[in-house]
Every structure is written in C-alpha cells, then in structure tokens.
Ligand binder design. Structure first.
Ligand code: DQA
Length: 144
C-alpha cells in the first residue's frame, strides 16, 4: 500500500511555531516517526511539505499518476481557503483523511470552514501529531 502524507504551509515550522497549539515535536522528528511507522506497517510512504498551494496541487495529482492508495493531508491555512485543493482531491478520487493538529473547532471563526472536508473519508482534529498516525490507520483499515 502506498500513502502520501502531504503538509501545507508553516507545518515545516512544527516545534517552533506556537508550541502551545501545535506541540513541541519538530517537523523532521515527525517525518522520522512517520517513516518508521510506515516501515513497521509495510507501507510505502511519500512525505511532502510545501508552503505553496500549486505545489500541493501538483503533489495530489502526482499521487494519482504514481498509483497511490491513500492520502493524509493537513493543508494548514489552505484548508480554509483553497478550492484548488478541493478540486485536486475530487479529480484524483483517492481516499483522503484530513488532519489538523490543533482543535480548529474551538478556534477562530475563519477556521471553521474546511473546503476539503466534504471529499475526505475522515477528519482527525485536535489529536496533536498523533492524528497523522491515526489517519494512516484509517486508510490501512479501508484497504483490508
Ligand atoms: C492547522 C490548523 C490551521 O487552521 C492552521 O492554519 C495551520 C495548522 C492544524 O494542523 O491545526 O496551519 O491545519
């Protein structure tokens, strides 16, 4: 099974940015933990982060052409703004789980909209970086 884990803007700043909201785990540390977890579960993992919306669209399209089975995506602030990401996910039709490290449901009004949520098989919100692993588990279960 091949899974793409895609992170949007400012998630490369994990561990540095607002640790009260996003925790102390750095992006590199998270990436290593995800790679280890994937190896244990015999998943082929492609991990990607970009601060640029179009690059995220490109990666979602790549997931289709590389025959990926599932996507885990935290689009960061683009969650609340990006029709392009919604359209990309619709275009590829790959089972996708949305992850937010912080509990966006208890934050500002502008974070209450998620353009991608309607096309995701699940959304994991406010479970910290653990949410990425839970998202992978959901995709793996869908496969069995
Ligand atoms: C986030 C929540 C978004 O509102 C925010 O813009 C982020 C991170 C989260 O993981 O909690 O960049 O997606």
């Amino acid at each position: 099974m091949k899974i793409y884990v895609i992170n949007g803007p400012n998630l490369n700043m994990l561990g540095i940015r607002e640790p009260d909201l996003y925790g102390h785990t750095g992006y590199r540390e998270l990436a290593e933990e995800l790679a280890r977890y994937a190896e244990e579960k015999r998943i082929e993992l492609v991990l990607y982060q970009s601060n640029h919306e179009g690059d995220l669209v490109d990666k979602i399209q790549e997931a289709y052409f590389k025959k990926c089975d599932g996507i885990v995506i935290n689009p960061g602030a683009y969650t609340h703004t990006s029709i392009a990401l919604l359209d990309a996910l619709k275009a590829v039709g790959i089972p996708t789980v949305e992850v937010h490290i912080s509990d966006v449901s208890r934050r500002e009004a502008f974070r209450q909209t998620s353009y991608i949520r309607p096309v995701c098989v699940a959304s994991i919100i406010g479970h910290g970086t653990k949410g990425y692993f839970e998202a992978m588990d959901i995709l793996m279960k869908g496969r069995v």
